[in-house]
Ligand binder design. Structure first.
Ligand SMILES: Cc1cc2nc3c(=O)[nH]c(=O)nc-3n(C[C@H](O)[C@H](O)[C@H](O)COP(=O)(O)O)c2cc1C
Length: 342
């Protein structure tokens, strides 16, 4: 982790250890993306803190088999959090307790940002941003149930442009005993469109004493430097950019400690990384064909920014085995070489 500027080193009664004199880089929770294998790879590349994808509190209480897969993690991922979503304070409290007894995470993270209809229609995720009394009851119940295990929250800046309330939401969470809040600088209505509003993130960071983690549109070292200078955020969270380039964490750390921008990873190293991701996924899931099918969207993300990306994606969408992937990787590198030579 990187040394934090003095102004960030305020005292907080129960400051999470990874904010003490540090400026942590978080891997954003992403459903279908930030599984056990990917989190480990990001951790190796310099992510300081990782969080599971969102997990349903109701699924935990039903001991749903798929849900238990989301909770698999290894010691090298620590400090790591389990993100829960739901809308029933009592159930969320029970689910937090069950997760803590079950897998002993370093913290529980509460999802107050998911914009997906299936979640919002049941009052979960970002629906709680427009029901602050319920949000407070959820946070209070989980903080109480979690005991000594810290609870953090992840919010959006508001429901829509007319109801931006991130500062109010963050204050409520702080008062309920939540120990850090990640703010994605978009409203629920925006989904993933438009640009993240870092002015609002900055207002939240200036208004609360708990650490605020800024999130939205970070795509490289200069973005981190700029947002850190512009706001009093205590850490940065990276989502989509890490999906295409998990080595972004290493690039950022190198820049912040040396001032030097590393060149992009050579193509051969990218392919070696991607193939390792695939091998480890197959090893973890056990069955090669379904594992490779589940990776197709991930491979598409990796191909972003690569030479001949369109043709490459045309081939990656049919990948069914590690051999297929090896063949595509070899062919693509050969083509890239020929392209350079001509
Ligand atoms: C595919 C995908 C899945 C996501 N799943 C979750 C999730 O499970 N929990 C959550 O809090 N946010 C989720 N998010 C939102 C991200 O954590 C993050 O807030 C958002 O992508 C903005 O950050 P970025 O601009 O760095 O990508 C997801 C985003 C994407 C693209």
């Amino acid at each position: 982790m990187l040394a934090a500027p003095a102004r960030l080193c305020y005292q907080w009664r129960r400051m999470l250890p990874w904010f003490q004199n540090q400026f942590p880089l978080y891997l954003a929770p992403m459903a279908g993306v930030t599984d056990h294998v990917f989190r480990q790879l990001c951790k190796e590349q310099g992510a300081d803190i990782v969080v599971t994808e969102f997990v349903s509190a109701e699924g935990i209480l039903r001991r749903n088999e798929r849900t238990s897969e989301y909770l698999v993690f290894s010691e090298m991922e620590r400090p790591m959090g389990v993100q829960l979503f739901g809308a029933d304070p009592e159930h969320l409290g029970e689910a937090a307790r069950a997760v803590i007894d079950w897998v002993k995470p370093d913290f529980i993270d509460l999802n107050f940002g998911c914009p997906v209809n299936k979640v919002v229609s049941k009052q979960g995720g970002s629906a709680l941003l427009r029901d602050c009394p319920l949000l407070a009851r959820v946070a209070t119940a989980v903080v109480k149930a979690a005991g000594n295990v810290p609870v953090t929250g992840k919010i959006r800046i508001g429901w829509d442009a007319q109801t931006i309330n991130a500062t109010e939401t963050a204050r409520i969470l702080q008062d309920c005993g939540v120990q850090a809040v990640a703010v994605h600088g978009r409203t629920k209505e925006q989904g993933y469109s438009g640009v993240a509003d870092w002015d609002v993130i900055g207002e939240v960071a200036a208004a609360v004493q708990i650490p605020v983690i800024g999130n939205g549109d970070i795509s490289g070292p200069l973005d981190v430097e700029c947002r850190r200078a512009q706001t009093e955020v205590s850490g940065i969270m990276i989502g989509r950019a890490a999906m295409s380039a998990p080595w972004i964490f290493r690039m950022i750390k190198h820049y912040l400690s040396t001032g030097e921008i590393l060149p992009d990873l050579p193509l051969a190293e990218k392919w070696a990384f991607i193939q390792r991701h695939a091998r480890e996924t197959v090893a973890q899931r056990g069955r090669e064909t379904p594992a490779m099918h589940s990776l197709r969207a991930r491979l598409m993300a990796y191909s972003r920014g690569m030479p001949g990306g369109r043709a490459l994606r045309g081939r990656l969408q049919f990948v069914s085995s590690l051999n297929d992937l090896e063949e595509i990787a070899g062919h693509h590198q050969q083509q890239a070489l020929e392209f350079i030579e001509h």
